[in-house]
Write a protein that binds this ligand. Structure first.
Ligand code: HEM
Length: 429
């Protein structure tokens, strides 16, 4: 722990010596539970010397508001993380330093890849893939591994949207990515009109556009594809699994969510995206699951781009910053009964998860906040609505809800440690 000096340098109150609690170079090993405990003890802005890395932990809605309302750009830098750099071909948007490349790529993401129009154009992909999921559950002779099924659903959806085809083994293999790009170049004349474009088509079109501020290389295209896979598949399936797990632990909530969807969808075969706006209770259920189980509980690490003063404390340039979204969302000063799963709290509340309400930041905040929120949520909600509409769910082999293991696995995305196996009974009106 840095010693507080007379001129109020970094983050004084708290113990003088803290144990080394984690190595942030190991991206997957962020001990957010330990941090939650420490934040509770030492306040909303805590300084830790993690190995050689001076790190600030932000753990309250007020502190997050102060920082991201007034110093968003200062807190929008990214540390150079070797693992992330290698995974994203040195061209990942999530880990790009705050500068020209990030700005231009983010603009392309927002305007071309993840725009409302583009997301809408993939509605049929989401519908077809959810339908296949429901069929495979209905045909399964025994309990289903919902963790695996939802992960393969999100993989298939992202593969079809990105490459135009179902799962080809993800985006973790450089040769496969190169092959996909080459196939798209070779067959580009066969595709006509923006409505047939997948993400690779769009990136290749943007690459050729002389009006773009930067010339995108093939390497950078691969980096963006990896970003979309890494950021978009795990997180969405983790959200589905945490939501289903909480519903199983809370049978009254499960019943209310099922009654809502079954009442509204009476006589229909499947929930469609157009129906989602009517499922207000389900939306509250998903919000509550994101509050209690943000898939990225420490968001993605940031780094200050220059020195600044936050509430009287000087934070030097190049300080690592972790926003403890999990602690913030479970802070008793912002939330009543913060540990309980109570979707009703959102029914009459304006609080949303898009980064405007600092009490809850599962998609992050500010200019580095998640650009994929409107891409992820229709799939998450459509899947959950159909699972609840079409099946009754229980733990297999006579297990009771007290047997449901809610332990978290360690990783940059927090999954449930034990896969969620469930017995599904088709619902007939
Ligand atoms: C439930 C699903 C998702 C969750 C919970 C989630 C969460 C997050 C979080 C917490 C961050 C860091 C934000 C910050 O530091 O303030 C982030 C960044 C990012 N997310 Fe997501 N995400 C999800 C889905 C997606 C999807 C579907 C995509 C793309 C298709 C995506 C693309 C990205 C990108 C590119 C960044 C980096 C943005 C930047 O640095 O400018 N995410 N996401």
């Amino acid at each position: 722990l840095g010693k507080p000096s007379a001129e109020k340098r970094l983050l004084p109150p708290g113990p003088r010596k803290l144990p080394f609690i984690g190595n942030l170079h190991q991206l997957g090993a962020l001990p957010h539970r330990s941090l939650q405990h420490l934040s509770r003890k030492h306040g909303p802005l805590m300084f830790l010397q993690l190995g050689s890395i001076p790190t600030v932990i932000v753990s309250s809605a007020d502190m997050a508001k102060e920082i991201f309302k007034n110093y968003d750009s200062v807190f929008s830098g990214k540390p150079l993380l070797r693992a992330a750099n290698r995974l994203g071909y040195g061209s990942s948007v999530s880990f790009a330093p705050y500068g020209e490349y990030w700005r231009e790529m983010r603009k392309i993401m927002m305007l071309e890849l993840l725009s409302p129009k583009r997301v809408q154009s993939f509605e049929v992909v989401r519908f077809e893939e959810v339908k296949l999921l429901l069929q495979s559950i209905a045909l399964s002779p025994g309990p289903v591994n919902l963790s695996e099924l939802t992960l393969s659903l999100t993989n298939n959806v992202v593969c079809r949207i990105a490459f135009g085809k179902r799962n080809r083994g993800g985006a973790d293999d450089a040769n496969k990515l190169e092959k996909v790009i080459k196939e798209h170049v070779d067959h580009s004349s066969e595709r006509t009109g923006a409505e047939h474009e997948d993400i690779v088509d769009v990136l290749l079109r943007v690459q050729k556009d002389p009006n773009q501020a930067i010339a995108i290389t093939d390497h950078q295209i691969k980096g963006v594809l990896v970003d979309i896979f890494v950021a978009g598949t795990d997180t969405a399936s983790a959200t589905m699994i945490w939501t289903m797990s909480e519903l199983l632990r809370n049978p009254k909530t499960m019943k209310r969510a099922q009654e809502e969807v079954r009442e509204i969808m009476k006589g229909k075969e499947m929930v469609e995206e157009i129906d989602l706006s009517k499922l207000l209770y389900l939306k509250s259920v998903v919000k509550e699951a994101l509050r209690l189980h943000p898939p990225a509980p420490l968001l993605v690490p940031r780094e200050t781009t220059e020195a600044c003063m936050i509430k009287g404390f000087e934070i030097p340039a190049k300080t690592r910053v972790l926003v403890n979204a999990k602690s913030i969302a479970m802070d008793p000063t912002s939330w009543e009964n913060p540990n309980e799963f109570l979707p009703e709290r959102f029914l009459d509340s304006p609080i949303d998860f898009k980064g405007q309400h600092f009490e809850m930041l599962p998609f992050g905040v500010g200019r580095r906040g998640c650009p994929g929120v409107n891409f992820a949520m229709p799939l998450v909600e459509l899947t959950l609505a159909n699972l609840l509409f079409r099946f009754d769910w229980e733990l297999p082999r006579g297990l009771g809800i007290e047997d449901l293991n809610m332990e978290e696995a360690i990783g940059i995305t927090i999954h449930k440690k034990a896969h969620l196996w469930l017995k599904a009974t088709p619902f007939h009106e």
